[in-house]
Ligand binder design. Structure first.
Ligand SMILES: *Cc1c(COP(=O)(O)O)cnc(C)c1O
Length: 387
């Protein structure tokens, strides 16, 4: 039996997989079980930010793997402490809670916002305002936060206390704040699953101002936009704002499961002993991988990410069969004349693996993809958009 047929028989049918069996890879290249070479323009959905089996990342992870693979949170370990310190020093945040995924990072963010607001204003202040077309995860609470009804159907009732307002509509946000006794405002800087749609600077700044004036914790979901993906360490850094809570995951571990919830001075002491926890959270191997990722995301590296982004935009904007290009840094959405699925199929055939977001082709290549490999991939993508 083939891997595909075993998987189809035994793995829960929650994913529409592409007809590709992957065996191994190096850097921005992946190899199928049939020996076919692919350029990786998806990084496992923005996770393998330094590509596959990157030497420096591998060294950090294997060194830790040879010491301790897990301890539980009953003890102190160096990777967990140093990663929290590095994240705080690079963002100005004060405390970090570690979990294992984006949804969990958001669950923690929501708990912090609710507890802060309940203590400060009363426990009728529990509503979290999110944005229409957002994506915050698959747990019942983060689904409630996700402003897309089609994800909700047949899973009701979801956690109550969530309200979505249209993105980039300051008046709608102000009205919701006035109406609903909010406990928090939560948003992605670029709506990833929603179609790679960046928020406007005006909206981000107005939301931050409103949140500050009304003492409402502002949660920025940087699960996809974080860790260098948009050309800054975190997406909010493009807008000169300081969120109260930042959640991140995906690229943070460079390929190992880790989520982090960063808390500002204002909310740093909201969670006390027993308020939250995770058995795997702060796992030393995941933290060692993440620490090696975070240390490498310096200004020089981020400038290269931006230069690659500029190259992609310059190649694709106005290209035949391309209606529009959206996104920031190496998080890019391409609206195509052909259905995105057809473009993806042709790219795959030609050895380039891309993603979709809604009706768009989405690119999330490794941040360190070499320029010659990127050029080859973009050439193939351009040709596929045209046909
Ligand atoms: C992927 C994603 C999540 C969910 O992350 P998981 O690790 O799959 O739980 C949450 N928010 C955003 C913005 C995401 O892109």
């Amino acid at each position: 039996m083939s891997i595909t047929s075993i998987d189809k028989e035994y793995v829960a049918g929650t994913y529409g997989r592409f007809p590709v069996e992957l065996l191994c890879g190096k850097g921005s290249l992946l190899t199928g079980t049939d020996g076919k070479r692919y350029i990786d323009m998806g990084s496992g959905i923005g996770v393998t930010c330094f590509g596959t089996a990157d030497e420096e990342w591998l060294a950090a992870v294997t060194e830790q793997l040879n010491k301790l693979q897990h301890t539980s949170n009953l003890y102190y370990t160096e990777p967990c402490a140093l990663l929290a310190k590095a994240l705080c020093e690079k963002t100005g945040m004060k405390k970090v809670f570690f979990s294992n995924s984006g949804a969990e990072a958001n669950e923690c963010a929501i708990k912090v916002a609710r507890k802060y607001s309940a203590e400060k204003k009363g426990d009728d202040h529990y509503t979290i305002i999110t944005l229409v077309n957002s994506f915050h995860g698959r747990t019942l609470t983060t689904l409630a936060a996700t402003g897309q009804d089609h994800f909700h159907q047949l899973f009701n009732p979801l956690t109550p206390g969530f309200l979505s307002v249209p993105a980039n509509d300051v008046a709608a946000l102000e009205a919701a704040v006035a109406d609903c006794k909010p406990a928090g405002i939560m948003m992605e800087i670029v709506q990833g699953e929603g179609g790679v749609l960046p928020l406007t600077a005006e909206f981000v700044q107005a939301a931050a101002k409103l949140a500050k004036e009304q003492d409402i914790p502002l949660i920025i979901d940087e699960v996809q936009t974080g860790n260098g993906r948009t050309g800054k360490l975190y997406g909010y850094m493009h807008f000169g704002i300081q969120p109260d809570i930042v959640s991140t995951a995906k690229g943070l571990g460079g390929g190992l499961p880790i989520g982090a919830t960063l808390m500002s001075e204002k909310v740093q002491n909201v969670l006390g002993p027993g308020d939250h926890g995770s058995t795997y959270g702060g796992n030393p191997v995941c933290c060692a991988g993440a620490l090696s990722v975070i240390r490498r995301l310096d200004d020089r590296f981020l400038a290269e990410v931006q230069a690659k982004s500029d190259y992609i935009f310059s190649q694709l904007e106005g290209a035949e069969g391309v209606l529009s290009v959206s996104g920031m840094g190496l998080m890019i959405g391409i609206e195509t004349v052909r259905p995105a699925k057809e473009v993806l199929a042709q790219c795959m055939e030609q050895g380039v693996l891309c993603l979709t977001a809604k009706t768009k082709v989405r690119l999330l290549p490794p941040l360190n993809i070499p320029m010659d490999v990127l050029k080859e991939a973009i050439g193939i993508i351009k040709a596929a958009c045209k046909n």
